[in-house]
Write a protein that binds this ligand. Structure first.
Ligand SMILES: C[S@@+](CC[C@H](N)C(=O)[O-])C[C@H]1O[C@@H](n2cnc3c(N)ncnc32)[C@H](O)[C@@H]1O
Length: 293
């Protein structure tokens, strides 16, 4: 067992703790536990690993969590959160606190072999769970031009999706992150502030990990699984995710007599300059929190 040496800086940590307001003895479900940054800070307040559940689909993360002294006695589940939540829900489990800090961890971006980053040369993979499922290379090399355009347009919100898909089709098979980034960069002779491959990489990552379906399917279950007065916090990193959270929170918590949650964040909370200085990766984070009635 080792002390915590964070590989990932938890974003909006103070804001999550302030709004979730964990209290001694409360149970916790962290569905994207990663390297434990948020979980450990919450456990410092609740002090009950026994009623705490930590889920991550990346076994590098869950193996690290198992080594953390403070998590001894907690339940650590290596699974995608849709499957893990379904099975906890079927067992009738309820929680005081639920946290989802969506997206990728720093090790995903920093480790070239995971294939998430166009700034590092690696296999075009992008699976959070590297043990199964299709890779980003499978998608670019086997999709039709029409299907690839749709993925890049819808999941990347990329207005040049067709042009990019055509360029990719002319250069298949593509097997590395650098090859893909260069194919896309060549489509755009004028360099803007962001790399022209940014949105396409986001799109492929969302498709590979089925990110939006996971969230859309599971968020209503998390709301059901909150105990009365329980709190739920969701941190998202792109507008497609944030829209799902906003809409589902409103469906359950609008100004209706039968609303089952009260939304605590009228607008999403975003990181301040003081956080961005030491953690620029937090820049697109948006936090929404609600409390069960
Ligand atoms: C932003 S990181 C979480 C970091 C964590 N809060 C911390 O402080 O260390 C997101 C984590 O969620 C995991 N993840 C993303 N989507 C998931 C899903 N659908 N099911 C399970 N884990 C998921 C990723 O593997 C990653 O480790």
């Amino acid at each position: 067992m080792k002390d915590h040496q964070p590989k990932h800086k938890p974003v909006l940590l103070k804001e999550v703790i302030d709004l979730l307001a964990p209290e001694q003895g409360e149970s916790l479900l962290d569905v994207t536990a990663g390297y434990g940054g948020h979980s450990l800070a919450i456990l410092d307040k609740t002090h009950v690993p026994k009623t705490s559940y930590f889920v991550d689909r990346d076994d590098n993360a869950t193996e690290e969590l198992k080594q953390l002294v403070k998590l001894k006695g907690a339940t650590i589940i290596n699974s995608d959160f849709a499957s893990a939540t379904k099975s906890l829900h079927e067992k009738g489990m309820k929680f005081d606190l639920i946290l989802a800090d969506l997206g990728v961890s720093s090790p995903h971006l920093d480790n070239a072999s995971r294939g998430f980053s166009f700034q590092k040369d690696g296999p075009l993979d992008m699976r959070m769970d590297a043990s199964k499922g299709i890779t980003a290379a499978d998608i670019v090399n086997t999709s039709s031009e029409e299907a690839l355009t749709k993925i890049i347009k819808v999941y990347g919100e990329e207005k040049h999706a067709k042009k990019i898909a055509q360029a990719i089709m002319q250069n298949t098979p593509v097997s590395t992150t650098t090859e893909l980034a260069n194919i896309i960069a060549k489509c755009f002779p004028f360099r803007g502030k962001i790399h022209p491959a940014t949105k396409t990489f986001q799109a492929l990552r969302i498709a590979v990990n089925d990110e939006l379906t996971q969230l859309r399917y599971t968020l209503p279950l998390w709301i059901q699984m909150l105990k009365s007065s329980g709190r739920i916090a969701i941190i998202s990193f792109h507008s497609l995710e944030d829209k799902i959270v906003k809409d589902i929170f409103l469906e359950h918590g609008g100004n209706r007599y039968d609303a089952d949650i009260k939304i605590l964040t009228k607008k999403p909370i975003t990181p301040g300059d003081n956080e961005l200085v030491f953690n620029p990766r937090a820049r697109s984070a948006k936090l929404r929190v609600a409390v069960k009635k």
